[in-house]
Each structure stands twice: as structure tokens, then as C-alpha cells.
Design a protein around this ligand. Sequence first.
Ligand SMILES: [Zn+2]
Length: 226
Amino acid sequence: MEYFYYRGEKCKECNNAVPIFALGHHKPLEEGEEQFSKVCMGFYKHGYSLQYFLKRLVQLYKERNDIQFDMICLCPSSKKDSFNENMKKLTEEFYKTVQLPYKQVLHRTKDTDKQHELKKKEERIENVKDSFSVSEDITGKNILVIDNLSTSGSTAQEIHRLIVHKHNAKSCVFVCLSLGYKAKDLDFDLNPAFSGKFSYIIEKLHWPKVPKSKRIKIEDLPESEE
Ligand SMILES: [Zn+2]
């Protein structure tokens, strides 16, 4: 079964979800080998399995998306002005396939430590703070940001703050290859039986901070309240 995953932690400024969609979860190697994480690392480091990731990203987009995005953009890597070459290739193939304009409006302005190497959430927030800039007018735009890994959502929170609150974009949706493994139990599984689209998911499914066992099952949620 082809599951996708969703993490919707609320922004402290606007109380809306900072939406992150993903293909799977990343488990650090030191915590034990796990197949999806291994394939992700192989792709990120060597460009293996590009077609697999492209196919799944396109599938996620086509099945779930109901937002008219104005542009797609890649999240820069942790070093100033730099991008992972394999992520760049994947983003290129993706935007051509789904026919979205690609505009690299987001830039890394300083070197930062790798988020997954920092243990504490506070350290991650501090690490990425003021480390991005936006290079053109994005007022009122809906922006799709592609990223490799969202460990704790701190980078997404910072980009959301910059894009939405400082540069007045309408929305900013993240699509990542993987989400951090630690919060796995708090994420929403977008299973094939659940047909919710991006806008419904973003509005309704926030991190409730309760484990899955105590939460209403996603299949039981109504499609819409209209
Ligand atoms: Zn916000």
C-alpha cells in the first residue's frame, strides 16, 4: 500500500498549520537500518532511485493536490547558496512533469549546521533562524517548497515565517521525501482509503499532540463540513 504522510504543526504567529507532506520517515542509521531511509540516503548522496522518488512525488501531487501553486522552489541545503545536486535534478523532473513554474526565490544566506545532527528542538530553531532570504516579490503567491528531510519541522516553520509573514505570500506548502522518525506517531497517515486533498488536510489535520491510538481514525473523518 502506498501511504503518504502529513505533519501539520501550528505556526505560533498565525495559528495555521505549517503543512508538510512526505513520502516516508527517516530513521537515523545509528538507530537501526530501515529500508526507506537507506533508499533516501542513496538518492541524496549518489542520485540512485531518482525515478522512484519522481513517481511517488507526482503520485502524491496528482492524488492530493487541489491548490493552484504559482511556483515551485527547492529548499537550499545547509550551506550558504548551495543545493544538493540530486534534489535539484529531482525538482527539475518534477516541475516539468506537473507543469509548474520553477522559481528559486528562496536562498540560504549563511552556513548552518545540519538539522538532523542537532538533538534539541530549541537548537534547531536557533540554527535556522534568519538563515534564508527571498529574492523577489512573492506577495499573494502560493508556493510549493520541495525538501529532502524535515526532521522536526523547524526549517519549515522558519521558511513559513519568512515567506508568509515577512513576504506576504498567500501560502507555503512543503513536500519532503521524509519526515523525522521521532514524531512518527503524531503524523497523519494518508492512506489510499482516505481521499482528502491538500487544502482539506491543511485546514483540518493539525498535530493534535496525542498518539494515534487515542486519536480519531483518519478514515472516520468526514470529507468536508459543507
Ligand atoms: Zn504563520
